[in-house]
Design a protein around this ligand. Structure first.
Ligand code: HEM
Ligand code: FES
Length: 780
């Protein structure tokens, strides 16, 4: 398994490289933790992300001598590797992690085993044309046809054990239902289930595990039989490929594209497709149910409100996904997270660790089914190879949770059971999941009508709009002329999520959704505070807060989310707040003060009576505070304040557009990343077709071209073409609808991207930005 020799160029690193004792003097830069890393050891097997916390914190990219792989553990680095499938080839994704013994190879040869590249491990330029040709059965309309089958199967399996009081959910449902669904999806006849189950397990160990030489031969026997079985079924289907399913579709596609869909590909995908669709989903379901039952209050919440199930599925996939790590081969000398990696190196990209990276997910170890960015998880990979079956898997998980929460809400884990996992680096789920309940308390015994209810399934990722949590208004107090300070508390009594200065929440106010920066104490998990100015031009949001809200009112809240993060490394901070823009700024100033940092706070307003939170700001920041009131003739001279660029100084500002534009002008000669701003409003609201022009958007991954009309946003045009893009504010404020740009000049109209980001022209906000010319190419 080990490469035998250390791949690190010690001479190039010189004495600066740490050795295993961290002295920096000796030769080998592999740290003690890296040397001890063992993905087959108990710690990784029990909880991969927890076992790699040290790496995320201290050494996010490291070489593992025992594995012969570089291991990547932070969110941004894992995503960057997934994103670039040219530098980081997927060709080794299914390679055996333990080299095969001669005897096992001979056994496989006996069965003419010829597993070839499929999709997941195919390089460009072969991969993308194949993916595009084979995409259709995965569209939402096609997947919708499978829903009745998934539901029928799930109900049948639950019927079998619902009155027994105890079940191993893996053996009695979660293994077989996804297998049958996979077979249906592929269009394979529904036979030989027990044999397939054996084949499937054998295949996992063969690819990702560390079997002993003797085990290897047994495993090879099963894999060989699996291969032959796949061939037999394929021959059967070839005789009549008119049926439904991905395989008949692929056989038909072969007629039109024989060079893209080859014979060897068809045989390989027949076998690999079963594994891809089956085990991943079975494991994901077992992980999800285990996690929810371990977090009883969350389980009870979804029992009480099944509308939360799509969010719960996503959070479970993030927290305890079924693909723990994936692999890539480095095709040229490069860097990952700043660490030089040579051509030919192999990477273990631990997506389960990325999914628990605090740098991307606040309170990453908590199970929060209202987490705003759960869908950012990398359990399905990312980029051009992202899982094609993700929405089928999501559908299955939703149906499982829906049926189980409705019929067995009182189910609990059998206490003290020891969970075991098939030892391997990548696929992860408990082998058994024992649950128990009192059958006499089954709700269907007293109310059989519950059997007839069903949720409207959502195919695709959950809508961000659906991810809200109820909050209650504790108090509303006057904070200045036309400003009220609102204190919110959790309506369920559960602690509110932690947040960091600069974060905002979205409140549903009647028909409207509005964003407000948090200005309270981030350590207070019981309440949130916001300050709301009554805007005379209000589209209804601030008027609603001032007129309708009362202590005790309940509101739906989304977030918190932070697009205005404080960089902790600055030497000095200049905070500038205009009017109600004080809200995020005061939280930032509090944080810097508490950390003993150097800062100054400029607070501008019409008059001191109109300036919210003034008493608090004076009390807490008196000696650093510079008040600028128009009424008192002490307006801020922005140009004078920022005349001299100061190295290590960061400017954070929030306020009206006029102030922010003045700051942008005054810092034109400062380093590009010195000024950070949070806007109240966007300048663009309505599209006027008499001044706009229509253009085409080409989607590189899916091969589609979508026309965007002069009166339409890119987001609306993509949605109309069934391309699922999350969105939130839909006015260029929040950054949710970002899409990567490959070609064409963007007419940026958002207030999210920085100056250098706009100049780079590699991303755009699809809800508002447009094309300068007649075409844009997006990496979607
Ligand atoms: C690819 C995970 C279910 C079909 C992948 C990849 C991952 C993954 C990590 C590689 C992504 C990359 O390299 O960026 C999962 C998980 C599932 C699941 C966690 C269940 C929870 C399914 C299902 C199907 C499926 C149900 C089929 C019906 C595929 C295919 C690819 C793939 C065809 C290759 C796509 C390509 O390379 O272009 N999956 N998968 N998966 N998955 Fe899934
Ligand atoms: Fe908020 Fe586009 S949806 S920036």
């Amino acid at each position: 398994m080990s490469t035998g020799s250390c791949p690190i160029d010690h001479a190039a690193l010189g004495a600066a490289a740490p050795d295993s004792e961290g002295t920096g003097a000796a030769s080998c830069p592999v740290s003690a933790n890296a040397a001890a890393f063992d993905p087959f050891g108990d710690a990784y097997q029990a909880d991969p992300p927890a076992s790699l916390r040290w790496s995320r914190d201290e050494e996010p990219v490291f070489y593992s001598p025992s594995l012969g792989y570089w291991v990547v553990t932070r969110y941004d680095d894992v995503k960057a590797v997934f994103r670039d499938n040219i530098t980081f080839s997927p060709s080794i994704a299914l390679e055996k992690i333990t080299p095969v013994s001669e005897e096992a190879t001979a056994t496989l040869a006996k069965y003419d085993y010829g597993m070839n590249r499929t999709l997941v491990n195919e390089d460009e330029p072969e991969h993308m044309p194949r993916r595009r040709v084979l995409m259709e059965p995965f569209t939402p309309e096609q997947l919708a046809h499978h829903e009745p089958m998934v539901r029928r199967l799930t109900r049948e399996y639950v019927d079998r054990f619902v009155d027994s009081g105890k079940a191993d959910l893996v053996d009695e449902m979660l293994w077989e239902v996804p297998l049958t669904v996979a077979l249906h999806f592929l269009g394979v006849p529904e036979e030989d289930m027990a044999t397939l189950r054996k084949f499937s397990i054998a295949h996992t160990v063969n690819t990702w595990g560390r079997p002993s030489p003797e085990e290897q031969v047994t495993v090879a026997e099963n894999v060989g039989k699996f291969w032959q079985y796949a061939g037999t079924v394929l021959d059967k289907l070839r005789k009549d490929p008119s049926g439904h399913g991905w395989m008949p579709f692929s056989i038909r596609a072969q007629r039109e594209h024989p060079d893209i869909i080859t014979d060897s590909y068809l045989h390989s995908i027949m076998m690999a497709g079963i594994v891809a669709a089956h085990e991943t989903t079975a494991n994901a379901a077992a992980n999800a149910i285990k996690l929810l039952l371990e977090n009883r209050s969350v389980w009870e919440e979804i029992c009480a409100d099944p509308g939360l199930i799509p969010n719960a599925v996503e959070e479970c996939l993030r927290h305890s996904g079924s693909v723990a790590a994936w692999r890539r081969l480095v095709t040229k000398d490069t860097t990952v997270g700043g660490v030089p990696i040579p051509k030919g190196a192999k990477l273990l990209i631990v997506n389960s660790s990325a999914n628990r990276d605090e740098r991307h997910f606040d309170n990453a170890d908590d199970v929060d089914i209202r987490r705003d960015n759960a869908t950012d998880h990398l359990t399905f990979g990312y980029g051009s190879h992202q899982c094609m079956g993700k929405n089928l898997a999501r559908m299955e998980l939703q149906v499982f949770l829906e049926e189980l929460t409705r019929r067995l809400p009182h189910m609990e884990l059998v206490p003290d059971q020891k969970f075991t996992y098939v030892p391997n680096t990548s696929f992860r789920g408990p082998e058994h999941l024992w649950v128990q309940w009192d059958p006499s308390a089954n709700p269907e015994r007293t109310d059989p009508s519950i059997l007839a209810t069903r949720l409207q399934l959502r195919i695709g990722e959950p809508s961000k709009r659906a991810i809200s949590r109820p909050v209650t208004v504790r108090s509303i107090e006057r904070a200045a002329d036309d400003v009220v300070e609102v204190t919110l508390e959790s309506a369920t009594g559960a602690p509110l999520p932690a947040w960091s200065p600069g974060a905002h929440i979205d409140l549903e106010l009647g028909e409207l959704s509005r964003q407000y920066s948090l200005c309270g104490d981030p350590d207070d998990r019981a309440t949130y505070r916001i300050a709301v100015l009554r805007d005379p031009d209000s589209r209804g949001g601030s008027a609603y807060v001032h007129e309708e809200l009362r202590p005790g009112s309940t509101l739906a809240m989304r977030g918190p989310r932070n697009h205005f993060r404080l960089d902790p490394s600055a030497r000095h901070y200049v905070f500038v707040a205009g009017g109600i823009g004080i809200t995020p700024i005061v939280a930032m100033a509090d944080r810097v003060k508490a950390a003993g940092g150097s800062y100054e706070l400029h607070y501008c307003g019409r008059s001191t009576t109109a300036m919210a939170l003034l008493d608090r700001v004076r009390r807490d920041h008196g000696d650093r505070l510079h008040l600028h009131s128009t009424a008192d003739g002490t307006r801020l001279d922005v140009a004078a304040l920022l005349a001299e660029p100061a190295e290590g100084t960061q400017i954070y500002a929030c306020g009206p557009e006029r102030l922010l534009t003045a700051l942008a002008d005054a810092t034109a000669h400062w380093p590009d990343d010195a000024l950070h701003v949070e806007h109240f409003t966007t300048t663009q609201r309505v599209l006027d077709p008499s001044v706009e022009h229509g253009f085409d958007v080409e989607l590189a991954d899916s091969g589609l071209t979508v026309h965007v009309g002069a009166d339409q946003t890119v987001l609306a045009a993509l949605r109309a073409a069934n391309i699922d893009i999350p969105s939130d504010c839909e006015e260029g404020l929040c950054g949710t609808c970002e899409a990567p740009v490959l070609d064409g000049e963007v007419d940026h109209r958002d207030v999210v991207l920085t100056k250098p980001e706009r100049a780079a022209n590699t991303k755009m906000m699809t809800c508002c930005s447009r094309a300068c010319g007649s075409k844009l190419t997006l990496a979607l």
